[in-house]
Ligand binder design. Structure first.
Ligand SMILES: [Mg+2]
Length: 230
């Protein structure tokens, strides 16, 4: 039984926690630190940031600075650094927390893209080091090894001496989470949580199966999934 027990690999952002909470936490921290310098009250600046976030993530500091009439590229750079290094106030999805407890005795890993410093502080804030054997932050291996590259998944296969068929990735983002590894035989389960839950791309980008959230990931579900795949 132990030999055939699959290895579970989780994505981080929007799979284990709500990534928008991280963004809000970062922007709030930045607002608190620069409010005096840009001459806008902290709570007003936070609101401006949150409104900008609701529109889009891209170039958010440039856009907000334009809006408040501040022209200061050096400060924008500082804001980005503050955002990435801030100590986030975030929590696991309740379903994710229970899921990790449910699979306490299983071998578990994380594979996540994103800025190494930021991803690491999320992992620390969510106390995930105690819950998984190792968290692979793909950028640490080089940008070409970010998803959809199978690089870190192959490292897990090597480390655990398991075939891809016995390694299951649980992720939320059809753009990159499954398309690189599914053809290699890795298991793929999509959780319909977070910012990408309504995105549907080509069949090539899909996971084998989708579940509404991690409360549906049970040992029985996995046994059934593996049986149907075999
Ligand atoms: Mg994700």
């Amino acid at each position: 039984m132990t030999q055939s027990q699959p290895i579970l690999v989780f994505d981080l952002d929007d799979t284990l926690f709500n990534e928008l909470d991280y963004a809000r936490s970062g922007l709030q921290t930045v607002a608190g630190k620069i409010a005096d310098e840009v001459g806008v009250k902290e709570n007003e600046l936070t609101e401006i940031f949150f409104n900008a976030l609701a529109e889009s993530r891209s170039n958010i500091f440039n856009r907000v600075f334009d809006e408040i009439g501040v022209d200061n590229n050096a400060l924008i750079k500082k804001c980005i650094a503050m955002y990435r290094t801030h100590k986030p106030s975030i929590e696991l999805y309740p379903e994710a927390s229970k899921c990790l407890q449910r699979f306490a005795s299983w071998r578990k890993f994380i594979v996540t893209d994103g800025n190494s410093t930021a991803q690491n502080s999320k992992i620390v804030a969510l106390n995930l080091r105690d819950n998984v054997e190792h968290a692979y932050i793909t950028y640490r291996y080089g940008h070409k090894y970010t998803k959809p590259s199978p690089h870190c998944f192959n490292l897990i296969a090597k480390r655990t001496k398991q075939q891809p068929q016995n390694i299951i990735y649980i992720g939320d983002n059809p753009t990159k989470d499954f398309v690189g590894i599914r053809p290699l035989g890795f298991g793929t389960i999509r959780v319909l949580t977070g910012q990408h839950k309504d995105i549907n791309l080509t069949p090539k980008h899909a996971a084998d199966v989708s579940i509404p959230d991690l409360s549906h990931l049970t040992a029985d579900f996995i046994a059934e999934y593996q049986k149907n795949r075999a």
